[in-house]
Design a protein around this ligand. Structure first.
Ligand SMILES: Nc1ncnc2c1ncn2[C@@H]1O[C@H](COP(=O)(O)OP(=O)(O)OP(=O)(O)O)[C@@H](O)[C@H]1O
Ligand SMILES: [Mg+2]
Length: 490
């Protein structure tokens, strides 16, 4: 303060001090109803205890609420729930602030706000967003603060105040136990997607309703898939008793449109008592936390679709190992005696081979899903023609089967759709789909001038990757069958 006399400085300091005192008394904390409630509930003894906090992933919100509901209803315990309102733009609050009134944002009491979260494929549960639970039970009187995750708070939290640390830990452990026991994801089909903040979100899906007859694969192939995926269920105890691991990995590989995803969907429909976690594309990066969840909710199956998508991706941070390696490591890290099935699919087995060779033991059965042979093409025509009024002779079907040599299963599904469209040009509604319609649809789909359409529909996985001028370049050449061995013998 250049130019100010000593008296003036003293006077200024005194004024500043009284301003600060006044702010302290009449600031947001003074007389705050939330602070008063917490302090009144805990009393001096409770206020002297440490706050014990547990952070949980956002997808645990619905499980925490399920656990809290059960916990609150236990005999001898009464719980009063009070909502807390925090103005927008505040990241969050903690119980310590509410006990002391220090660094307090302008909070107030309200009816508890809830978010309605799915707790099953067709049901929801009202879950507390930011609330105080005032508890009275054998431990005395104490307070819980539940706080949801938010844009700038990637995890949610539950805090306990008013109890000695060990007792507070026991409360949290009991809630953990109930979350596990009552976990709403157990035995469900759940899709895993990454959130912008790098966490995972879980979405319930309806289980597919596919029968064995809906999957057109050589019997030996389907048998092998089923045995590996489903065979363990009846022999869990026997395998464990004989010291054998239950964890297993199944790889389905083959050209696009041949039924890898279709087969997985069929398996998922059959594995009704398994927790089924589905990961594709960008979600594959979060496989670590998903494996942990799967182990907790076993028996479980983790589906990793199109794993080639991450074969070349490198994770962030030093070292930057390929995401695929992280994925394989996560598979390996899971407890071997857990009933865990990993199903991987790819149409680029060539990209996977080096990673799998470098990290052996993750995949114990690799099944090639190939282009349909003549018998399979016939079955596919009839399968996807089931709902169509087909008027075809055996010879008509044979001709279509011969003409469609080298196409994928999904091509035949599309062929039927096109044949119906051809028929619709003449009759609406369709009375009969005849050989003429089928021929015209085939002419159109196989038209050599429509290279892009042909490639997209999967005509000849090898033939489609042509080198003619101006031809659709297609994906990088992949070899299937014909002596190609995706895995080295170990
Ligand atoms: N073997 C099959 N049996 C019956 N239908 C099939 C078969 N293969 C494919 N389909 C039909 O074609 C659709 C597409 O096939 P699917 O998605 O399973 O191919 P994919 O092998 O997973 O291909 P991609 O490598 O591109 O993922 C399926 O939804 C199903 O309707
Ligand atoms: Mg697929």
């Amino acid at each position: 303060m250049a130019g100010a006399s000593e008296d003036e400085v003293r006077e200024f300091a005194a004024g500043l001090r009284s301003l600060l005192d006044w702010l302290q008394l009449s600031g947001p904390a003074a007389g705050n109803e939330v602070v008063a409630l917490v302090q009144g509930t805990l009393g001096p003894a409770g206020l002297g205890q440490s706050v014990v906090a547990r952070e949980l992933p956002a997808f645990e919100h619905v499980n925490l609420q399920t656990a809290l509901d059960a916990w609150s209803a236990a005999p001898g315990r009464s719980v009063e729930v009070r909502g807390v309102v925090l103005p927008p733009h505040y990241v969050g609050i903690d119980l310590q602030q509410l006990m002391t009134g220090e660094a307090l944002p302008p909070v107030r009491l309200s009816a508890p706000a809830v978010v309605d979260l799915p707790n099953g494929p067709g049901s929801t549960l009202a879950c507390l967003r930011l609330a105080l639970l005032l508890v009275t039970d054998d431990d005395g009187r104490y307070v819980l603060l539940v706080q949801e995750a938010g844009e700038h708070r990637p995890t949610m939290s539950v805090e306990v105040a008013g109890l000695p640390v060990q007792r507070a830990q026991a409360v949290l452990a009991e809630l953990d136990r109930l979350r596990r026991e009552l976990n709403v994801y157990r035995g469900r089909l759940v899709e895993v997607t990454p959130t912008p903040s790098g966490q995972v979100a879980l979405t319930f899906l309806d289980p597919p309703d596919l029968t064995r007859d809906d999957v057109v694969l050589p019997a030996a192939v389907l048998d092998r898939v089923e045995r590996h995926a489903l065979g363990v269920a009846g022999h869990r105890a026997g395998l464990r008793a004989a010291g054998q691991h239950l964890k297993r990995g199944l790889l389905l590989y083959g050209p696009p449109g041949t039924g890898k995803t279709h087969t997985v969907r069929y398996l998922l429909g059959r594995m009704g008592d398994y927790t089924r976690l589905l990961l594709t594309g960008r979600s594959l990066g979060v496989v670590g936390s998903v494996t942990e969840l799967a182990r907790e909710l076993q028996p479980a199956v983790v589906v990793l679709e199109d794993v080639d998508l991450v074969a070349a991706d490198r994770s962030f941070g030093p070292g930057g190992s390929p995401v695929l390696f992280d994925l394989l490591d996560a598979m390996d890290g899971a407890a071997p005696d857990a009933d865990l099935l990993f199903v991987l699919t790819t149409n680029r087995a060539d990209l996977l081979e080096p990673a799998l060779a470098a990290r052996p033991g993750r995949v114990d059965v690799a099944v090639q899903v190939d282009l349909p042979d003549a018998a399979a093409r016939r079955r596919l025509l009839l399968l996807y023609g089931r709902a169509v009024p087909l008027r075809l002779t055996d010879d008509d079907v044979t001709r279509a089967v011969d003409r469609s040599e080298g196409v994928t299963a999904s091509f035949l599904k599309e062929l039927l759709r096109r044949a119906v469209l051809e028929a619709l040009h003449e009759q609406d509604p369709v009375v009969a789909v005849t050989a003429g319609h089928l021929d015209r649809a085939l002419d159109d789909l196989l038209d050599s001038t429509q290279q892009v359409t042909r490639t997209l529909l999967g005509v000849g996985a090898e033939g489609a990757v042509t080198d003619g001028d101006g031809a659709w370049p297609g994906p990088a050449p992949v070899q299937y069958g014909g002596g190609y061995r995706p895995f080295r013998a170990r």
